[in-house]
Design a protein around this ligand. Sequence first.
Ligand code: 6R9
Length: 670
Amino acid sequence: MARDTTDTLGAGTDTATPGEGDVVSNESLANLLREERRFAPPADLAAAANVKAEAYEQAKADRLGFWAEQARRLTWATEPTETLDWSNPPFAKWFADGELNVAYNCVDRHVEAGNGGRVAIHFEGEPGDSRAITYAELKDEVSRAANALLELGVRKGDRVAVYLPMIPEAVFAMLACARIGAAHSVVFGGFSADAIAARIADADAKVVITSDGGYRRGKPSALKPAVDDAVARFDTVEHVVVVRRTGQDIAWNDRDVWWHEVTGRQSAEHTPEAFDAEHPLFILYTSGTTGKPKGILHTSGGYLTQASYTHHAVFDLKPETDVYWCTADIGWVTGHSYIVYGPLSNGATQVLYEGTPDTPHQGRFWEIVQKYGVSLLYTAPTAIRTFMKWGDDIPAKFDLSSLRVLGSVGEPINPEAWMWYRENIGKGKCPIVDTWWQTETGAMMIAPLPGVTHTKPGSAQRALPGISATVVDDEGHEVPDGGGGYLVLTEPWPSMLRTIWGDDQRFLDTYWSRYEGKYFAGDGAKKDDDGDIWLLGRVDDVMLVSGHNISTTEVESALVSHPSVAEAAVVGAADETTGQAIVAFVILRGTAAESDDLVAQLRNHVGSALGPIAKPKRVLPVAELPKTRSGKIMRRLLRDIAENRELGDVSTLTDSSVMDLIQTKLPSAS
Ligand code: 6R9
């Protein structure tokens, strides 16, 4: 990147006018791809890696054979003889004649193999309470919870909604559902009563599992009132099971039962039944930009195969010695696949943390890494940029020498955030695995292999073995190396969504109608000269300035490459001259002071990094950005602000007061 060079591309131009940009922009926007930093895997990690370079060749030669082999990682009650049934595309069946119990694979088989004494979960509550749960104890907890659900009338094929904080009971509840063949529908703790009600109604959930509250930011925060409000709207919800976490006062209704009472009277023995590989495992709602949330349906055998394989391959998990920690919430797909199903199917020891990264202090994450000797860490760019903002001195106070692989998920990671993660957390010795995937894909799809890939800051690089991904243009033709367009998946994969719950037509329309025979992911992407893939953000967020597509990710990464910027969100706002004009919202790093001079510098900085056409019309320093509970920036709301419109749906926002803060900062926004 040309971030330290002078203003060679004429970034003094304030407004790009149509026509003028053509040559300059095409050339200069490719600058981000001129990322020349490369990091080879550490030799010792490469030598002992779970997955070596041959895996790509093997999967290429026989993709289905490769996945059939990965399915053998699992313990089947009936081994599948058929790998993929694609006779009715895009409705896939994987391992259809196989039978298994997902919870048995995540729990019992480790106990039977003699590892019952291994810690499955090191729970760390926000107030500092902790609890270690071995695989043997997990088996008892999950069995009791399964027996409790049966007592409450839940049966194979039913749906159970789960609305819990990040406490062990969330894991027990999900596995108990899996164990008896009921599909869980986890709703982010903190979503509103309306959001819970919509999800209960769509899936027709019979039972809801919640808690009195959970700890967030040093205080107990209530969960049950939202459930009470939602459940009161239906007579189909038969029971609400309530975990006591905070002990706060709650209203009590006839259908409520305490978790500790209903599980406490059960036997710790429960014989898991084998279900078809295509039996539903869970529904997880993902908010579309418009319309009601989509209930993404995942099934059992294929999903678990890919969650398990990718966790083993991409984190290089050695279950006897590693301590793994995924900081995601259980309400996000990352919590499903990389807290519950992937790690537990692999017999991992992991940390489960209830709270926020700054309670009681901004070093809390690093204190946890030090306390448990975490070796594999999986977090999101939003967290990494927040840590950058707080300053390098905070992680420097802790012993992080146990770390060996660092993961990222959720958004494109800006090259400078990647470098910061590598230097300040990984101390220059840990491979970074930037993992691209979606709720819909169920498990990782594009990511480096830590013992194989020469990593590049900011790129997820290439499809994992057995996965086929590429970038196509408007007409669906694959772009050559160096070209840009849309990310598509060209072959079915084991953990693919099977449909949208109750709406096959929407499944077809959303993902399979844009390009014949290809899955449309909704993300913009580019291939660099080596053929490596760079994700450029959601297609809905792409800006059209003077006839040029400009990706939000590239402009944000250019801003974050300035030493004063920790985080940036960029939107295209309607503009009379250029169609759209780039408006950038930036969070400054701890030491930087807001000034007109700095704003001018930042605009010029983007201009010189990417060319004049990408130079933001406005740069607005703000204290916070609107984010979803999984940490994704909600650019749609910033666009509403930049265009002086009333705010759209804010129901998935973490903290709606953020919008008020931004609005008061912008009396003159136009
Ligand atoms: C796992 C998850 C999916 C969307 C996806 C993309 C963005 C996720 C990314 C990434 C660039 C990565 N995304 N990981 N973009 N690089 N490593 O996040 O699922 O919540 O369904 O979001 O997130 O835009 O399409 P989900």
